[in-house]
Design a protein around this ligand. Structure first.
Ligand code: SF4
Ligand code: MG
Length: 328
């Protein structure tokens, strides 16, 4: 079946006076109807920039899409004018950001903000828009939604504000929801509740969900498939169970080895040495080679493509077969 969303060899550059930053340099992934794809990476790996490109938000200096394609139900999004993009952004593909407080307007009630967004985009009357806002507040489990319609953002907790952002994103019934670190600003219990809510809504709506995160724990709980990003590239794609049981890239191996495990002593944790590269100065060859425990001479000069490892699995490591076989 045709994927809902397909990102293929997408590259994004930011051109500043100090030089060119290749924030995204050839990422590819697909999202099927009803699927949850986690885009996993450290900060600065390009995972948010890739999502902004899908939302059509990289369309003016200093950011440029320099290569690749983004198709939604077969429609090439990179060819759309801003006017055409407005039919897609928010309606067919919606996004929730990390920081709900700065995304909400402090001087309007949350109900009015959801209703107004709905009224404008769905061309609805005021009464219908108000009903839709209350319905959506209820769907994200805001207690006494109708009574809280007129409350302002500061009258809600961080977790409730994030629920309101999710309500707003889903009010137009999008086919794809992109959630960029939606729980990072929240405490751990609330994080779990928000992830549970996203999973519930995803099941009920049958939408595709792209979850951008640096948290492997979140990935294990909710994702069907994972795209692991490093230095603006996708370095591994796999089903979530395969990824954990048999990683095919040394970076993924390192991430998994660094998860604290109850059954191991603290000193057995193996964090990955070093830091991710500055995107203005990505190392030649394999961008992971300065940190890679498996690196050899070839890795410093020869950049690996995303090799096909199996059906629906890829690894950007020349030695993926060796990595895999070490996890047999
Ligand atoms: Fe490591 Fe070389 Fe594989 Fe890159 S290509 S991940 S440096 S072994
Ligand atoms: Mg980010």
């Amino acid at each position: 079946a045709r994927p809902l969303l397909e990102v293929s060899d997408l590259a994004v550059e930011f051109r500043a006076r100090s030089g060119v930053v290749r924030a995204v340099d050839g990422i590819s992934y697909t999202l099927a109807v009803g699927e949850t794809l986690a885009v996993l990476g450290e900060s600065g790996s390009g995972k948010s920039v890739g999502a902004q490109a899908v939302m059509g938000l990289i369309d003016s200096p200093p950011g440029f899409i320099t290569r690749g394609s983004i198709t939604f139900r077969g429609l090439e999004l990179t060819d759309l004018s801003e006017r055409q993009y407005q039919q897609v952004r928010g309606r067919r593909i919606a996004m929730v950001f990390q920081d709900a407080l700065s995304a909400l307007n402090p001087v309007f009630s949350v109900g009015d903000q959801i209703a107004e967004m709905y009224r404008v985009h769905a061309d609805a009357g005021r009464a219908d828009a108000r009903d839709r806002a209350i319905e959506m507040m209820d769907r994200v489990h805001i207690p006494s939604a109708a009574q809280r319609f007129g409350d302002y953002p500061h009258q809600f907790s961080g977790g409730m504000r994030q629920r309101i952002m999710i309500a707003m994103a889903l009010a137009l019934d999008p086919d794809v929801l992109i959630a960029d670190e939606p729980t990072t600003a929240l405490d751990v219990t609330v994080q779990a509740q928000i992830m549970e809510l996203l999973a519930e809504l995803q099941r009920d709506n049958g939408m595709g969900l792209i979850l951008i995160t640096h948290d492997l724990g979140v990935v294990a709980d909710v994702a069907d498939r994972v795209a692991v990003m490093y230095a603006g590239r996708v370095v591994e794609t796999a089903g979530v169970d395969d990824l954990y049981a048999r990683p095919a890239h040394p970076y993924t191996e390192g991430l998994i080895a660094s998860i604290p495990r109850m059954d191991l002593d603290r000193q057995e944790l193996q964090p990955i040495e070093g830091a991710p590269p500055n995107l203005a100065r990505i190392p030649p060859g394999c961008p992971f080679h300065p940190r890679c425990p498996r690196a050899r001479d070839r890795c410093a000069v020869d950049e690996p493509p995303l090799y096909d490892v199996a059906a629906d699995r890829g690894s950007a490591c020349h030695y993926w077969a060796e990595v895999l076989s070490d996890h047999e």
